[in-house]
Design a protein around this ligand. Structure first.
Ligand SMILES: [Zn+2]
Length: 57
């Protein structure tokens, strides 16, 4: 299973991995800002997608 988190503002993928991690980790890693559009991630919700189809890869 793959997990991806993206900025709700611009759709930039901020994290892709195999395990769910805490959103605060993403914020800390990016200085609380989206590297693409500069939005404050503390105020901009991130979308989290679980891709069950990739389990076969
Ligand atoms: Zn963004």
């Amino acid at each position: 299973m793959a997990v991806s988190m993206s900025c709700k503002g611009c759709g930039k993928t901020l994290f892709t991995g195999r395990e769910v991690i805490e959103p605060y980790y993403i914020r800390a890693k990016n200085n609380s800002r989206c590297p693409s559009c500069g939005r404050n991630l503390a105020k901009t919700p991130m979308s989290i997608q679980l891709d069950l189809l990739t389990i076969a890869h």
